[in-house]
Design a protein around this ligand. Sequence first.
Ligand SMILES: C[S@@+](CC[C@H](N)C(=O)[O-])C[C@H]1O[C@@H](n2cnc3c(N)ncnc32)[C@H](O)[C@@H]1O
Length: 272
Amino acid sequence: MGKPDKAAKGNSALAFDFGDNWDHYSRTVLDDGRLGAAVDSLRSLIGTDRLAGARFCDVGSGSGLFTIAAALLGTGRALGFDINPTGVEVARRNLSRFAPDMADRVEFRQGSALDAGFVDGLGRFDVVYAWGSLHHTGSMWPAIANAARLVDDGGTFVLALYNRHWTSPLWTVVKILYNLSPALLRRVWDRLLGSLMLVAVWAVTGSSPLRKERGMDFWVDVTDWLGGYPYEYAGVDEVRGRLDAMGFDLLEVRPPRVPTGCNEFVLRRRAA
Ligand SMILES: C[S@@+](CC[C@H](N)C(=O)[O-])C[C@H]1O[C@@H](n2cnc3c(N)ncnc32)[C@H](O)[C@@H]1O
């Protein structure tokens, strides 16, 4: 896989290369069972009624898994975009592998949620899904405002954003140190901190973190979590207030399993 150029990695020299992690996940872990879990998660969070025939946009589509899952649930046009060119290449490969017959209505493009011109050129959608992406742009609120413009009147906006927690600033430091480390040391961090996180998550939730929801994988998520920088976070009331001002009603919030995880927000754009 080619290395993304500096701009594609984001506006920070420390920005994590998500594409390599998606490539690794897709080659080593992703299978029909994981795709099925992704389909189940969309069915549970958004509902098949909202997805049937919908124009669907996946903002920061990563491996493309959820764009493909949405199309399997019967969307109309499904578009995924990501700033990372390796991610886009991986997503196209996953489309050919898992749903080659849907290639006429599923598309992946490279572009940034911070590029207003790019975003406004995409059109409007019935469902916009931005799961775990906009807090990694380096400018979370402008990115949310851009993505919000993609949602048509009455349409659904799904956002997953890291929860604000007293440890959040400490994690910012850990992520910076991780990204400053050479590749070999990062693997050591992955194993050491990942093992500690495994025990901590198990203790907090009482269930095994190895049984991953959304078709993800614990060790891929460890790398994503430790490396995932830029990193921002927000509390539920903050998101509710800001999105209300942008013209959205909050329909549902699903809290994370651990306090530093992602709150999932389901919002609806009020009619103009
Ligand atoms: C944690 S991953 C989430 C991927 C996917 N949404 C999922 O749920 O599996 C975050 C993704 O956001 C992408 N990203 C970061 N900054 C972005 C930007 N400015 N525009 C679009 N995508 C961006 C990253 O490249 C990465 O693939």
